[in-house]
Design a protein around this ligand. Sequence first.
Ligand code: GLU
Length: 264
Amino acid sequence: MYRTRFAPSPTGYLHLGHAFSALTGFAAAQAQGGEFLLRIEDIDHTRCRPDFEQAIHDDLRWLGLDWPEPVLRQSEHMADYQAALERLRDMGVLYADARTRRGEAEAALSAPQGEDMAENAPAPPAWRLSLEACRRALGARYDALSFFEGADERRADPGVNGDVVLGRKDIGVAYHLCVVVDDARQGVTHVHRGHDLYDATHTQVLLQALLGLPTPVYAHHALLLDDQGRRLAKRKGSKALRDYRAEGLTAQAVRDRLLTADQG
Ligand code: GLU
């Protein structure tokens, strides 16, 4: 069955770019008689907030979307991502990276002395994926990694991202790993998302090969631009969907505007 998902992180309010990803995924699932899932990517407890999560549900419902319950919340499955990390570690494709960022090193130097030993224990390392080890583990398959962008088969080149962190020091796991585990667990056959995640696909295809998971078909849509021609992004404070709603714009007007927008 055709199954797609919209997988936002509750670190801010959804903007028009998110609405576009969600609407195109939802429309594709409907056209194929398939399923549209919502997944909450909330592994980073330092940035995610319950009110943003609630707003995701409210905004998507307002847009006219629905999805099966219960919604998968990644924070409830941390042990599964840890297990996948463990598996990769056992395969010998991860290495520990104990480097501290400059700020952390300075903070450690200026910390008050004579405190409990635990406070001075070395911080856990980050775990990185070694592309060299992956190449050894996969042999000729490494250079044949590929994925479909729509009907177009493309080579996956994980080198574009280098040795990515899969186990963050602060939360133990990381985005690429969780996405790959969940896309497989949820039987996602098609991924609709913005072009800002195109490079991520190269790493995710490699992880699928290592973990023996299927690779979905991808469709990365062009990013929407704001009135000044800048890409929409939460962190840049792009206007939230809910602000358009507050101004009286109807969901139908948003849908019309997005689905007829020039995606050049
Ligand atoms: N959670 C990611 C984000 O909000 C998207 C994940 C994905 O679509 O693969 O940027």
